[in-house]
Design a protein around this ligand. Structure first.
Ligand code: SD4
Length: 336
């Protein structure tokens, strides 16, 4: 049995493009038998399902994932095929084809995927392959390992039928040539508006999966690996509790093992929103007064509640449920 409630102010999130929200007020379906979060692992059923969310407003990606979920597909297939939409989009300059290169001009990709049983696969520093997420899935399913790096990952990809592709586009090549003439390397806040895609889904069976894929920080040092392919940092899923993913300056996310932290906070009873806020606060505590970086966390719990929080205003996420597709703008540690 479902009922509609209005969320308290603190938990309210703001909807853009929310065709089903009335008069600008967010309401979400909740259920009469909603369980106490104090023991989230006792919840064996997802109450809002299917559900998919991803970092930023990647509507096409959540639409693709929703197509799979609404046709009784698994959350694993949904997150893989969902993020593949962005990997294949040459205009997304932080993911896959058309991703910005490192400072030597090479596009190097990081990705990981995690399923309902806690299995995971990851590729780091992968070149010349449009869909690192699918290579990561194959690492998970076909090898005794979890992470393959660089040349070994690329070789494994070719052995599994992936084609060699030049990932540098005319646009990213031009930008790189311009950057070389002007810049010494430093991280500039929101230089790339951090459009890494991290996606979390619950399928019709109530099972969770997640995927995260990126070309990393633009003009990074050759060999640099960020948080996105590191299980527990850029992504973590525990089918008993929930999942979390991150976007932004990966070094800071790795230092707190951010996504794992958020899932563990949810295990202790926090809502996804509260857990994301605590995750950002932990990072800011270690970086007191520092304003020159962005991080956004996104989380869902087993019940299908969602939440997000970021350092600076501007982080949004896309959501698709049987109530339709929305873009949610999350609150931030620093206000405008
Ligand atoms: C990284 N977290 O490599 C990624 C960057 C990112 O959009 O989110 N870019 O550190």
């Amino acid at each position: 049995m479902t009922a509609q409630i209005r969320l308290p102010m603190k938990r309210r999130q703001f909807l853009k493009n929310a065709p089903l929200s009335a008069a600008g007020l967010l309401s979400v379906p909740v259920f009469a038998n909603y369980q106490d979060r104090k023991d989230p692992t006792s919840v064996t059923k997802s109450l809002i399902k299917p559900l998919v969310v991803c970092t930023w407003n990647f509507k096409n990606a959540t639409a693709k994932a929703w197509e799979i979920l609404s046709n009784h597909g698994t959350s694993l297939d949904a997150v893989e095929q969902g993020v593949m939409v962005e990997e294949a989009d040459p205009t997304n300059e932080t993911v896959g084809l058309g991703g910005r290169p490192d400072r030597d001009g090479n596009v190097t990709l990081d990705a990981c995927i995690m399923d309902k049983d806690g299995n995971c696969g990851s590729v780091v520093y992968l070149q010349n392959i449009v869909h690192p997420i699918s290579v990561a899935r194959k690492v998970m399913e076909l090898t005794p390992h979890i992470i393959l790096a660089g040349k070994g990952a690329e070789q494994f990809a070719y052995e599994n039928g992936f084609k060699k592709t030049n990932l540098l586009t005319e646009s990213t090549k031009k930008q790189y040539e311009a950057w070389k003439t002007t810049s010494t390397y430093e991280t500039i806040i929101n230089i790339e508006n951090h459009d890494t895609i991290g996606m979390l889904a619950i399928d019709g069976n109530g099972d969770l999966a997640g995927a995260c894929t990126t070309s990393g920080m633009a003009y990074k040092m050759a060999g640099r690996v960020g948080d996105s392919p590191i299980i527990g940092a850029g992504l973590f899923v525990d089918n008993e509790v929930g999942g979390a993913t991150a976007t932004g300056v990966g070094e800071e996310v790795i230092k707190t093992v951010g996504s794992f932290l958020i899932v563990e906070l949810m295990r202790q009873g926090k809502s996804p929103q509260e857990a994301c806020e605590e995750g950002v606060r932990r990072i800011m505590k270690k970086n007191q007064g520092r304003t020159d970086f962005q991080i956004g966390f996104l989380a869902i719990n087993k019940q299908g509640e969602t939440g997000g929080y970021c350092v600076h205003p501007g982080f949004t996420y896309s959501q698709f449920t049987n109530q339709g597709q929305t873009e949610q703008t999350v609150e931030s540690y620093y206000k405008k």
